[in-house]
Ligand binder design. Sequence first.
Ligand SMILES: Cc1cc2nc3c(=O)[nH]c(=O)nc-3n(C[C@H](O)[C@H](O)[C@H](O)COP(=O)(O)OP(=O)(O)OC[C@H]3O[C@@H](n4cnc5c(N)ncnc54)[C@H](O)[C@@H]3O)c2cc1C
Length: 461
Amino acid sequence: MTESTPHSFDVLVLGGGSGGYAVALRASQLGLSVGMVEEAKVGGTCLHWGCIPTKALLHAAEVADHARHGESIGVNTEFHSIDMPKVNAYKQGVVDRLYKGLQGLVKSRNVTVIDGHGTLVGPDAIEVRGERYTGTNVILASGSYARSLPGLEIGGRVMTSDQALAMDWVPRSVIVLGGGVIGVEFASVWKSFGADVTVIEALPHLVPNEDESLSKGLERAFRKRGIDFTLGVRFQGVTQDDNGVTVTLEDGKTISADVLLVAVGRGPRTAGLGFEEQGVRVDRGFVLTDEKLHTGIANIYAVGDIVPGLQLAHRGFQQGIFVAEQIAGLSPAPIVEANIPRITYCEPEVASVGLTEAKAKERYGEDKVKSLEYNLGGNGKSQILGTAGFVKLVRVVDGPVVGVHMLGSRVGEQIGEAQLIVSWDAHPEDVAPLIHAHPTQNESLGEAHLALAGKPLHAHD
Ligand SMILES: Cc1cc2nc3c(=O)[nH]c(=O)nc-3n(C[C@H](O)[C@H](O)[C@H](O)COP(=O)(O)OP(=O)(O)OC[C@H]3O[C@@H](n4cnc5c(N)ncnc54)[C@H](O)[C@@H]3O)c2cc1C
């Protein structure tokens, strides 16, 4: 920072990840002056240690599977091995290009990036390396970190996604602790890369926050892929030596592998940042806000993973836009948490938006909810790709579709339309006349709505 760097702004953001930089970009677009404090890299977890690098690995995994299975459709390929340094170079290339683009964008919008660790020292002030910066509005967006369990120390062969993303070798065997989104994505990558994989999940299902049909479908698919998993049993402890790790479960069973990935969720990064000292209410580390993301203290707002709810980059983007527009005096529509699309990018993919069948029944009553599953067995493109799965719709009887749940290779790409249907309270009868191009996986959404509207085409009555 030079002496001429401004020290007071209309909007001062703590953290330059998905949530923070979205506030910054939108606020500056609306004519507000913006300072953004970032101690590492603008782009945050998603760009550097989350969404983008993991999806690059998953793409490499898909290519490996294609090479392995090419012969079955007459393309004589053979899977030899994974060159991890090259995979990492490809992954880093993607990240670097996006990072460069983002830095250019931030600069072109005249956002002042303040390098260093920030601490909230007043209701309108953040201190960075001994200098005080002020904002008429302050936005907390310090994000999250990979959590562990009490007594489970990260180090050596016991790692979180941060270390796993930096590995330059493929383990022969892996134990993944946690069957949530991050756990099953890594399990999927490593299996495709040739490792033996075991997932340990304390709850009764993989991806336990999803509709149970998706969890069961994914478990079937993982079983078929040879990915082992243990459900409903808790982790007890781990030992490690030069050769590997041994995990003990509460039922006494032990499992050994080269490495243990701890994927038990992400905690809010809020400790020691001065939030509580300024009166910001914090619950188990998460910053509490009203539905307008205001903390209740002065002009302090919070966005992204530190706000309780889905920890997803696109939620952070939308919250950032929302807060910036609100500060600028616009009236943005509040964000409906259930309508935030969710994708787990393992193979096969899991994608959903809206309410699970169980949640819909809780809200509307057991006999007021109808559901329908359209099997991808009837979808031409899915057959061409060789994927199994389904589209499940949940509707209110004589009412709108309130949930769409999908399983199958590449189904994440279908979430856009599903999101419009649920967000616009469309009835199956509204969607049925819309035309879906043939042959696409997207047709399965159309077919499911035709069936739910009582006129199935490529499905039995
Ligand atoms: C392995 C993995 C895969 C993921 N995959 C997906 C996915 O496919 N899709 C998806 O939607 N989401 C995914 N996520 C989640 C996504 O990355 C997060 O939801 C998103 O990054 C949250 O944005 P944020 O702005 O709240 O926080 P972050 O991205 O964590 O950004 C916070 C920023 O604040 C900075 N910071 C923190 N404290 C300070 C301080 N005191 N001073 C200065 N700077 C500070 C940090 O350096 C960081 O850059 C994934 C996460 C992980 C870990």
